[in-house]
Design a protein around this ligand. Sequence first.
Ligand SMILES: Nc1nc2c(ncn2[C@@H]2O[C@H](COP(=O)(O)OP(=O)(O)OP(=O)(O)O)[C@@H](O)[C@H]2O)c(=O)[nH]1
Ligand SMILES: [Mg+2]
Length: 440
Amino acid sequence: MFDSLAQRFSQVFSRLRGKGALSEAEVEQSLREIRIALLEADVALAVVKDFVQGVREKAVGEKLIKNIRPDQLMIKIVHQQLVESLSHPLQDLNLKNKIFLLVGLQASGKTTMCAKLAYLLKEQGKKVLLVSLDIYRPAARQQLEILSKSIQVDSLEIISDQSVNQIIQQALQISKNYDAVIFDTAGRVHLDDQMMKELVGVQKTIQAGEILFVADALMGQSAVEIAKAFKEVVPVSGICLSRIDAESRAGVALSVRKALDLPIKLMGVGEKPDQVLQFDPQRIAGRILDQGDVVELVEKAAKVIDEKEQQRQLVRLQKGIFTLEDLALQLGSLNKMGGIKSVLNLLPGIGQVKSQLKEGEFDEKVAGASFKKEMAIISSMTVKERRSPAILNGSRKQRIARGSGTSVQAVNQLLQKYEQMHKMIKQFSKMKFPGVGPKN
Ligand SMILES: Nc1nc2c(ncn2[C@@H]2O[C@H](COP(=O)(O)OP(=O)(O)OP(=O)(O)O)[C@@H](O)[C@H]2O)c(=O)[nH]1
Ligand SMILES: [Mg+2]
């Protein structure tokens, strides 16, 4: 599965291996190679363009990380881009109204996918009922029944000569006994009106919460057009890819996910009901790149850089140096980390002083809520003003208020907050810090 794309990517990375740094020229060369690799993997052109652009932006923003080679850095970036490209906010199966409807062309793997979905849900402890609405192909309903027996899941009793509607009514009557009811539908060789009309009617009656379009991975990009046609008549909510075991290129996964703006929910990796994967972008990206340990290594190294920056800040704080630039930095991390107290926690031996802080002296919630406003005010100042806030007179404050779309009052409030923090930091700096106190 996805082997050929994995191979192409590894060629891109190995070319970078001997290089000293990830220069602009190296990045561009790698992007060209990534582009070709994706096109060869049958990824749709528009999707390729987005992907390459995403990698470019990430490469530009990437900090140099000591001891990390350019090829390793590129692996991390491509991995991140793959995860982003494959992810969708509605990734998880929606069990809310428990009704599932599987649709798609003939022989795309619908019936098998119904059994696979049932198998997965059963594994998660759900009680599942399988229902075939395929009254057209002889023995189609029996095919689902046999599959259901093989995974020990209930299927609706087959009564001959029933209409689609009769089967639905029979199923809905007993649906309350189940956590999930999965409807299999008949396929057609080509899209035809009759079939689409029937689908609309079925959905009107069953009101499925998940309508899954099953695409044969070997169809490649043509799956996109067919899925679009289905999406026009019923609210398709996700994609299932069958025969991924036979597809080495991976293009279809990237293309359908992006071009249809739908999540991929399941992948069939063999004929048997248990040969199925619930789609996890992180895991799939890992499989495509097969470089999990490198990604982890780079992420760890990047974290160390952040820690070094924190350490640098700490030393400044201990010296009592605190400008509006520092405040901006602190506000940023406060916003992420949740409050002044968590920053104070970084200072060894501070516990005792911290407990003396009056409650409410620093309102953490307000700090979070007004974060954007405060950042806007600071960024409307000149560098000189940020470093020496004392020079902020009335006219400067007015200019800053205008520039940040706030008021002079808001500027004053921020300055007050700054003064308060500065005072406290100066106070702390006079204390003795065990171990890591200022060296000079
Ligand atoms: N290798 C492999 N074969 C699969 C997979 N999924 C389905 N098949 C095979 O593909 C063939 C068609 O699968 P079905 O599930 O019957 O397809 P269908 O869409 O229900 O077909 P119709 O009901 O005739 O439209 C069967 O022989 C399956 O065993 C898969 O993930 N991998
Ligand atoms: Mg079928």
